[in-house]
Write a protein of this length. Structure first.
Length: 541
């Protein structure tokens, strides 16, 4: 029996090997014809089997001679792209090159000239919807759509991000920051998990601004009728188990006896039910004749079908887009806030300068009296804006932005034209472009925290600083994120000092900064996976 099975399988393996070899040779030829430098890899960056197994295989691969892996491995590790920074490009000797593999070709770039072409020629370079389709957990999304579908979602969502919304964000962020500080102060000022608090903060602000859902900091949330989790717990669990939800077929998840699968299913079900209830409530309001004008995000998605037949979308698309906007406006903003406060704790000199700058630009008024957009504009022109820019330079929201091409496309670099074959995956490496020593000339290495860089008033050239992407697909919530960050950081730093729990001696500060840079991981965005212990001390004390 075994011999019969082996006899049947051997030809299949041989055929598979031949197919892989022929595919690799074809992709090498295409890479060579482009005129860009290229390297050869045994695995394809986008291959799901490789993504699922790479962490287990990494210890073995790292035992191999570096000469065999250094050209392709750093940019083949899906969850570790940020870690390698500019080094892979330095190794190859080019800011744009192709990784050819049996599964396909990936063009990696940190070259501003190419970044702007990929960003602005949206008809030539489209989103890889197959790759991004994993985000369609609750239904179709603006992130994983193209063409008319994408334009429809964007037309529905974009009116939500207006100055009325930003004014709400400003007020709510100040209010939530003050409530958060009071709670920390009552607990002695020691914060062991800044991520948890930052996530709670951004969820509260987002819920008020986009769903008109009040979430007071000091109120103990209760489970809604018929629910096993609170609203906040459901969102937190959905993000905690996101890898399980993304990677596990629904049929397996629904019947699996594994505890992790059961918890992931509970998170998925609970969060979906909360979204369904919010949508049903909004539908009832619309049916009763109210709320059909443009309003918050929830109102705009639910009411679009009644305002304009051309914008009619299925309920699944409403749920899918609500999820993706909660993800984009909650988890990623919280990560930026965690990085910024942790970095501030490591630089007491800049923190003190920031506090003085906040007081000067607001005439030392109480945060409750600050106005949007006047005070926001003044604060972002100073140290608060510098802190946000430097934080997002070092720890950008996403380590890469992917695009692809259906037809062969021409890219020009320094006057030289390169023809790139169809079905190439283009990856804009944000971590590399933000730490490229050719463009970021500093006293210290580009990988170090230097917020003073941004106080000169000189804006980077197009394509050099891209935390929210560029062009047609730039993040429509970037202003939302900036307003929220500005209000929170200015409020916190005006009345409190943040420091590592180990103290402010030089050794303690160096240790804390090393912990920040070594604790970075990639989940739904770059994240401080091992938060440092921080202490927030009231200046009044």
């Amino acid at each position: 029996m075994f011999r019969l099975l082996l006899t049947a399988l051997v030809p299949l393996f041989v055929l598979y090997g031949v197919a892989c070899y022929r595919s690799l040779q074809r992709n090498i030829r295409r890479a060579r014809e482009s005129g860009f430098k290229y390297v050869v890899a045994p695995v394809y960056f986008q291959s799901m089997p490789w993504i699922l197994q790479q962490e287990a295989l990494l210890p073995i691969l790292r035992r191999l001679p570096k000469a065999l892996t250094r050209s392709w491995l750093p940019l083949s590790l899906f969850f570790r792209i940020w870690d390698s920074g500019y080094e892979p490009f330095e190794t190859i000797g080019a800011d744009t090159f192709i990784v050819a593999s049996p599964g396909g070709n990936v063009l990696w770039t940190c070259e501003p000239e190419i970044i702007m072409q990929l960003s602005n020629r949206h008809a030539d370079f489209t989103k890889p919807v197959d790759m991004l389709g994993i985000l369609n957990l609750y239904g179709p999304t603006i992130t994983a759509s193209e063409g008319e579908e994408h334009r429809k979602y964007r037309k529905i969502a974009s009116p939500s991000f207006n100055e009325t919304t930003h004014r709400t964000v400003w007020r709510e962020a100040i209010h939530q920051a003050e409530s958060m500080l009071e709670a920390w102060n009552r607990d002695g000022g020691l914060v062991s998990d800044l991520n948890l608090n930052a996530n709670r903060f951004t969820l509260h602000v987002l819920s008020k601004a986009l769903f008109n859902k009040e979430m007071p900091w000091d109120t103990n949330a209760v489970k809604a009728h018929g629910h096993e989790l609170t609203y906040a717990e459901a969102i937190g669990a959905a993000f905690k188990y996101n890898h399980t939800l993304f990677m596990t077929p629904r049929a397996v998840l629904n019947h699996s006896p594994l505890q992790g699968h059961k918890l992931a299913k509970q998170a998925y079900t609970e969060f979906r039910r909360y979204m369904e209830e919010m949508v049903d409530e909004q539908k009832k309001a619309a049916d009763s004749g109210g709320g059909l004008e443009e309003g918050n995000l929830l109102e705009n998605f639910v009411n679009a079908r009644q305002r304009n037949d051309a914008l009619r979308i299925p309920d699944a698309a409403v749920f899918g887009n609500l999820f993706i906007f909660i993800l984009a406006g909650h988890e990623t903003s919280a990560n930026t806030m965690s990085f910024a406060l942790s970095l501030l704790a490591c630089r007491p000199d800049f923190q003190e300068a920031l506090r003085a700058d906040v007081e000067a630009r607001t005439d030392d008024r109480d945060p409750a009296t600050w106005n949007y957009p006047q005070d926001y504009t003044r604060l972002m022109e100073g140290h608060v804006g510098a802190l946000m820019s430097e934080t997002m330079r070092l720890f950008t929201v996403l380590p890469f932005f992917p695009t692809t091409n259906e037809r062969a496309q021409i890219l020009s670099v320094g006057g030289v034209k390169h023809v790139v074959a169809p079905k190439t995956l283009f990856m804009i490496n944000t971590g590399a472009v933000h730490r490229n020593p050719k463009h970021w000339s500093m006293p210290d290495p580009p990988s170090s925290f230097q917020p003073e860089l941004w106080l000169s008033g000189n804006a980077p050239l197009p394509g050099l600083f891209i935390p929210f992407a560029e062009g047609f697909r730039s993040c429509m919530g970037s202003r939302f994120a900036r307003v929220e960050f500005c209000a929170a950081i200015a409020t916190i730093c005006k009345n409190y000092t943040v420091m590592p729990d180990g103290g402010v001696g030089q050794a303690a500060l160096r240790k804390a900064e090393e912990q920040v840079f070594s604790g970075v991981g990639f989940e739904l965005g770059l994240k401080l996976k091992t938060p440092i212990l921080l202490r927030f001390v009231s200046r009044a004390s």
